[in-house]
Design a protein around this ligand. Structure first.
Ligand code: ATP
Length: 337
């Protein structure tokens, strides 16, 4: 749940609000969408939910924040969105301190919750327009129309919310969040509890948002979702950010590969001379698995196959597998248990 936490004063920050006009005009495009430094959160209960978090999210990227239950994801995004106060540290949203320049920072972010609450008798148009007003923005029917069209809700603009399908309701949540033209959109578990078709539809919507220049930060328990969409990935565990990396780089650095050979004759043991290789033999002797680092030295598969042939080992089939982001995530989190 998101709630206003007790206020605690933080140090007077140095931020871009001193150097640039309030409109944000002239702020360098290179200013990160989000910049978090030395962020700590200890709840009133005494529980420390975040420890020394440093994080920069680039403009226009899709950033996935992954972590097991209770890792601190919701706490972190709630602080960035200004819904919970940090105990110490600072957050800049496109250069605006979210404490000393609360309004500037707050108007630039939007949080898409997992579920709609009420408003079932309102129309789509009314509820999205109302959301814009909540941020003190003047009415802008053209913008609302664009948002509804982008999210394929234009045809439903006069429908009552109660008549929408589950997928439409999820898109409506995004439309509400986009109504005040935020620059950074937080999606909290965007596809929790939805079916596969809807999940893929949501992925399309999120990719489209990135194309329109919105920075997207999402939390998810579906690692496949991050693997599919994220440009960069951050893994948080027990309140600490353990990895922040380009997704492809993370998979390249930490991912392994596996080559599996189906043998034509069962093998009793791995022959001498091949035991230096990282080979595993299945219990029935018919399957030989070679695990290797795809970037490493000494992973010449052609040479391995030649050596196997010379040892009289023949195979009927072979296939390779790349370890998934899920495998990497599980090992990262397990390592730090
Ligand atoms: N208001 C609160 N008071 C005390 N402890 C809290 C409060 N809110 C959260 N916590 C604790 O802080 C830790 C981090 O919670 P948080 O909700 O940020 O985790 P999460 O990564 O979002 O988890 P999940 O994936 O289960 O949603 C948890 O141990 C939680 O119990």
């Amino acid at each position: 749940m998101y709630g206003k936490d007790d206020f605690e004063l933080r140090h007077a920050p140095h931020d871009l609000d001193r150097d640039f006009p309030a409109s944000g005009a002239g702020r360098p495009e290179t200013t990160p969408a989000i910049s978090v430094s030395n962020l700590n959160k200890t709840y009133d209960s005494g529980f420390q939910a975040l420890r020394d978090i440093d994080l920069e999210v680039h403009r226009g990227e899709i950033f996935a924040l992954l972590g097991p239950n209770g890792a601190g994801k919701t706490t972190l995004i709630s602080i960035i969105c200004g819904l919970v106060n940090a105990t110490s540290g600072r957050v800049l949203v496109e250069g605006h301190d979210n404490f000393s320049a609360y309004r500037e920072a707050r108007s630039r972010v939007a949080l898409v919750p997992q579920e709609l609450t009420t408003e079932s008798f309102e129309t789509v148009w009314a509820t999205v327009s109302f959301s814009r007003g909540l941020f003190g923005k003047p009415p802008n029917p053209d913008h609302i129309e664009k948002v509804l069209r982008d999210l394929s809700l234009w045809d439903k603009r006069n429908n009552k919310i109660m008549t929408l399908s589950g997928g439409m309701k999820r898109r409506l949540l995004i439309a509400k969040a986009l109504s005040h033209e935020p620059r950074v959109l937080f999606l909290d578990e965007p596809t929790a509890g939805v079916d596969v078709d809807l999940r893929h539809g949501m992925w399309e919507v999120v990719r489209h948002l990135r194309e329109t220049g919105v920075t997207v930060i999402l939390t998810t328990h579906y690692i496949e979702e991050a693997e599919e969409m994220a440009d960069r990935v951050g893994v948080i565990n027990k309140g600490s950010l353990v990895v922040v990396e380009e997704k492809n780089e993370l998979m390249r650095k930490l991912g392994g590969k596996r080559l599996t050979l189906q043998l034509s004759e069962p093998l009793e043991r791995i022959p001498e001379g091949l035991d230096g290789r990282n080979l595993d033999l299945a219990a029935d002797g018919y399957e030989l698995t070679y695990t290797y680092d795809s970037n490493g030295e000494g992973t010449d598969i052609a040479a391995l196959l030649t050596e196997l042939g010379e040892a009289g080992i023949h195979f009927t089939d072979l296939h390779t597998e790349q370890s998934s982001l899920e495998d990497i995530f599980v090992s990262l989190v397990r390592e730090r248990q």
